[in-house]
Every structure is written in C-alpha cells, then in structure tokens.
Design a protein around this ligand. Sequence first.
Ligand SMILES: O=C(O)CCC(=O)C(=O)O
Ligand SMILES: [Fe+2]
Length: 216
Amino acid sequence: MLELIPRERRTLAPGVVHIPDWLSEDAQRVLVVAAQEWAREGPGARHATLPSGARMSVETVCLGWHWMPYRYSRTRDDQDGSPVAPFPAWLAELGAAAVADAYGRPVDYRPDVALVNSYRGDARLGLHQDREERAPDPVVSLSLGAACVFRIGSPHHRRGPWQDVELLSGDLVVFGGEHRLAYHGVPRLLPDRDVPAVGTAPGQRINITLRVSGLA
Ligand SMILES: O=C(O)CCC(=O)C(=O)O
Ligand SMILES: [Fe+2]
C-alpha cells in the first residue's frame, strides 16, 4: 500500500502540500527542545480519553487552546484545570512561513492552537477530521524524529481511497482549501528509518500541529 515517494515537494490533493525536509536540522533540534519543555510544564502531556473511555495512544500537550475529544477550552479541563500554556509568537511566524511556502503566495495565517503529539512504540492516530475549529484556515503539521506513515483521504467520508505518505523528520504537510476537513491519521510509525540526531528519544516521533481556532 505504501508508495515509494520521491523526496520532492508534492501537491497530494487540492490544498494538500507535502514539503520534505522543510525544517533545517537546527530548527528541528530547537523544536524538539521546545516540545520537551511544553510536555513537562504544569500537568504535562497526557493520553486524552475518548468518549468511549479509551485512551489515545498518542500523548499530547496543547498551546493556546486545550483540545479535548471533542472541544477546546482555555483551561486543561481533563487534567488539573490549569490555564493552557500560551501560544508563542515565534511559532505563529513559523506557521505563517509554512503556509506561504506550501501555497507559494503570501498569506495571512495566524495560528492560535498547537497540538504537540508524541508517538512511541505502537502509538498511532486513527482517521479523523480536525473539525473543532471555527475558521477555514489550513492546518500545518511538522514532523520530528521517527518516521511515520501519514494517511490522508477525502473530506466527505472516512473510507478510502487514501494516500499514504512517509513523513520523515523535518517534513511539512499543510492541508487546507477543499481538503481542510479531509480525514487523516497516522496508521503506524516507521521506527527503522534513520533519524537525524534531533533530540527525540529512540523511536519517538513528535508532531506539531498548528491550527486557527476561530475562537475568542
Ligand atoms: O501526527 C500527525 O502527523 C497528525 C496529527 C493530527 O492529525 C492531529 O493532531 O490532529
Ligand atoms: Fe488531525
């Protein structure tokens, strides 16, 4: 099922752009250090609990707005109720540069939510839509550490066809436009892929997802 993808920038579908190696190794190291600090701050990262009672295998800490299945809050209501960590201005600038590069034009992109996801072992993320936002702006995804398979399909239904893309450390994916609500997920890590020394734990993948909440 996995295609052999040349490591070139590709538009996977309208509004969906993959840029391999978008982040320099230095930038990756800075982001990994920041992600590790965010994951330790306050009540720390957690495996969110789904309405079914199951816990997600991905461990997440949020900035700006705290995402829970399936709503946002300014406070960490499924933890200790403390205020969510602030969304740093430099991360918004990085997100705007990502969207401008992906779409090849100047953009007014002001993300105010980050999900910092940590995958270890057989952690994965089922197919879902990012749809708790009230704004049409694209989603930015940055990958750090271990490689994974990223699956993206249609905005209309969860079943395929999908595209499976290998995401390596430093890769950028932007999805917006008519694929803003595309189903997507991470069916598995690819722990045997070489990872540059960016500071992640052995076999760990960190994903930083940026979104515009549209909330005030
Ligand atoms: O880890 C990824 O690449 C995707 C994360 C994601 O889809 C999310 O946090 O909503
Ligand atoms: Fe998502």
